[in-house]
Design a binder for this molecule. Structure first.
Ligand code: GLU
Length: 305
């Protein structure tokens, strides 16, 4: 298996030339496009890894399924559904997806920025410091890594350059879809995107979703299985930005990508997979990462369709 992962990295490495690292957040532009890591965690407890699987990077949008999970744990499915839609938008993750007067919650799902910003406001806590701490705590538990923390430089860069997210959040507020203070909610969102993880952590988080709420070693249940079903269903249709349909055809498993270059893949009942390769395609997905998952899916018959 490790040999297979090494072969896949070698075969996909040339793809890196066809993509580029994200630059719209200046701190992300410092990433090395040649980093490439894969970590696979299996339901029998074994794990397989190759390349730069311990290299840290920021989670970015891959925190969105964790945010959704926490909102579900805090409020239940019905209440969450009252605030966000679950349909693919067919538009980029930061699209201002409205014509004026028609911004309604059904128009954005939790995997695009507008939906994720609303989800931040559904997390329980006496203030946004506590809400973020609860998110970080859940991330550490899912990843089985108590050392996960925020990359402060990326956080500052996000906060300084997140003009479009600011515009989106104020628009949500103007349409009565966001109750709390916009800057407080945004601060939580920017911090959430700036959490530093590695491919290993993503594989562990993906595994708990694949295993319907239970961790690999302890059999501890972290959340009810219906919430895993909810998150995985949204990942299949909306997890890979506006490239989700093509990803479903090529790979065929629930997954989430982030502009930091990570992909978390969930193979129900079988595997959690974490990949890091920061050169992105035009949709903001790791170009070599998708190819690697496609090869892995073909070789191991991972597709669920
Ligand atoms: N912090 C990023 C943003 O909202 C996350 C984007 C992403 O990974 O899709 O701009």
């Amino acid at each position: 298996m490790v040999e297979l992962l090494e072969q896949i990295i070698a075969e996909c490495r040339p793809d890196i030339q066809k993509g580029s690292v994200a630059t719209y957040i200046p701190e992300l532009a410092k990433q090395d496009p040649n980093d490439f890591g894969i970590y696979v965690l299996s339901s029998d407890g074994s794990h397989y890894c190759a390349g730069d699987y311990m290299k840290p990077f920021t989670v970015q949008s891959i925190i969105k399924p964790v945010l959704l999970l926490l909102a579900l744990m805090d409020n239940g499915t019905e209440e969450v559904r009252r605030h966000i839609g679950v349909e693919a938008t067919g538009k980029p993750f930061d699209a201002i997806n409205v014509s004026d007067k028609s911004l309604v919650s059904e128009h954005f799902n939790p995997m695009v920025n507008a939906g994720a910003i609303v989800i931040c406001s559904l997390i329980r806590g006496k203030d946004y410091v506590e809400r973020f701490e609860r998110l970080l705590d859940l991330t550490r538990k899912l990843a089985d890594n108590p050392n996960i923390d925020v990359d402060e430089a990326v956080y500052r860069s996000e906060k300084t350059h997140g003009f479009k997210n600011r515009a989106l959040a104020y628009l949500l507020k103007a349409h009565g879809l966001l109750e709390d203070d916009v800057e407080d909610v945004l601060d939580c969102y920017f911090r959430a995107c700036s959490i530093r993880i590695c491919s290993r952590d993503l594989a562990h988080i993906g595994f708990v979703l694949a295993n319907r709420g239970k961790t690999v070693r302890s059999e501890t249940r972290l959340f009810p299985s219906e919430f895993a079903r909810f998150v995985n269903a949204v990942l299949v249709t909306c997890g890979m930005y506006d490239g989700s349909g093509e990803f479903a055809l090529r790979v065929g498993v629930p997954a989430k990508s982030g502009v930091g270059g990570g992909i978390m893949a969930v193979v129900p009942t079988r595997l959690g997979i974490g990949i890091y390769s920061p050169a992105l395609n035009e949709k903001g997905n790791s170009i070599a990462g998708i190819h690697a998952l496609e090869l892995l899916s073909k070789r191991l018959y991972l597709g669920i369709f």
